[in-house]
Design a protein around this ligand. Structure first.
Ligand code: HEC
Length: 360
């Protein structure tokens, strides 16, 4: 819906002087950062393990770097369509990038004025329904994503497809191969793991896709990172960050929805109870939410977070805010984008809590 709106309104990439249609939607945080992670930073990043020939110093890690290279990005991605290498960006993604570049121009030239927030269009129940949709499958987890990926390689990969650089580490390049059973692997993954701070830290980056024999797609785009303290007697600390678009249409749960996310977790787990804080956004089932410091303490409140705020986005990119009451009810007053209180809402937190309890 949102995508259709943007695509419908954004001028075709070849037209000049594109207008900034929906600035919140294509801001750096809401779009740019994730887009460059998914599509570009596997090669164009100061921290990439393998630039694969991308020019030294042409990195897209920060908004400033992207701004500085905006003309070249427009030329190579939108006009020539030869970036990411070989092209292949969907028309939707090109339109969003176009909108992002147009809005960023505006941001640079017209300084700070922002339009007054539009009045909300969603009712309280619709806000809660969207939150429930986005959270219904639980929260994406870096370690779980990696496990599913390894399962796919083990079950459906063959000795030469995808070609693996290191079997033990599941580092693969698959420049486009099809197994005898019809699975298609294209792109690459990189992985690093090592001891750090008394635990094990794992990192994986992906840029590619896997299609099953029926043509269902799996997407690996972005970075996953996770760390957990060595298992011991005491409580076990852990953290994770996930960015990009990951998922596999043939799998149950959130994987099957192929969500986009930018999430980070910080937690402690003692074998039964978890305390954790979640920050970041997820788009799943067409609904987008942002968890702003949502904190869970399962001993104090087994069924809902105890603090933080949940933001829910409407179709024009405005955000509704639900500030959680600190009584462990998981409920809070919902305020629309113009600051009008809509009444109390209680999203269903069960699936999100269940994911937090699966500590690595
Ligand atoms: C698989 C690695 C890879 C990925 C992913 C990738 N690039 Fe590149 N990029 C390259 C290489 C290699 C070159 C230099 C060769 C060339 O220009 O074709 C390059 C060159 C460029 C240039 C300079 C072109 C010029 O003519 O000055 C731009 C701008 C660029 N990339 C933007 C992007 C953007 C934006 C993305 C993401 C949408 C992206 N690239 C994704 C590898 C990559």
């Amino acid at each position: 819906m949102l995508l259709a709106l943007l695509v419908g309104c954004a001028p075709a990439p070849s037209e000049e002087a594109a207008a900034c249609v929906s600035p919140d939607e294509v801001s750096w945080d809401a779009f740019g950062d994730g887009f460059f992670t998914t599509w570009c930073r596997s090669c164009h990043s100061a921290s990439t393990a393998d630039r694969r020939g991308a020019p030294e110093g042409l990195d897209f890690d920060t908004l400033a770097e992207v701004r500085a290279a905006a003309a070249a990005i427009e030329q190579s991605v939108l006009t020539d369509q030869d970036m990411p290498v070989g092209g292949g960006l969907a028309a939707d993604d090109r339109a969003l990038l176009q909108a992002f570049l147009a809005c960023d121009d505006d941001a640079t030239s017209t300084a700070t004025e922002s339009p007054p927030p539009a009045a909300g269009t969603l009712t309280r129940d619709e806000v809660v329904a969207r939150a429930d949709t986005a959270l219904a499958e639980g929260l994406p987890r870096a370690d779980a994503t990696f496990d599913v990926y390894v399962g796919i390689l083990t079950e459906h990969g063959e000795p030469t497809c995808p070609f693996r650089l290191r079997l033990d580490a599941y580092q693969s390049t698959f420049a486009g191969c099809t197994t005898t059973r019809g699975w298609v692997f294209a792109g690459l993954t990189l992985r690093e793991s090592g001891a750090e701070d008394g635990g094990l830290r794992e990192w994986m980056a992906g840029d590619g896709f896997i299609n099953d024999a029926d043509g269902q797609r799996g997407v690996l785009g972005g970075e996953l990172e996770w760390w957990a303290a060595d298992p011991g007697d005491g409580p076990r600390a852990w953290w994770q960050t996930l960015r990009g678009t990951w998922g596999w249409e043939w799998e149950p749960g959130w994987y099957g929805e192929v969500p986009s996310f930018s999430l980070s977790y910080d937690g402690v787990w003692d074998g039964a109870e978890v305390t954790a804080t979640v920050e970041g956004g997820i788009t799943l089932g067409g609904a987008s939410v942002y968890l702003d410091g949502v904190t869970v303490d399962s001993l104090a409140a087994p069924d809902a977070p105890v603090s933080g705020a949940l933001l829910v986005r409407d179709d024009v990119g405005s955000w509704y805010t639900l500030v959680l009451r600190e009584d462990g009810s998981g409920c809070g007053e919902i305020v629309d984008p113009a600051g009008v209180a809509l009444g109390e809402g209680c999203p269903a937190w069960g699936p999100a809590l269940a994911s937090l309890r699966e500590t690595p």
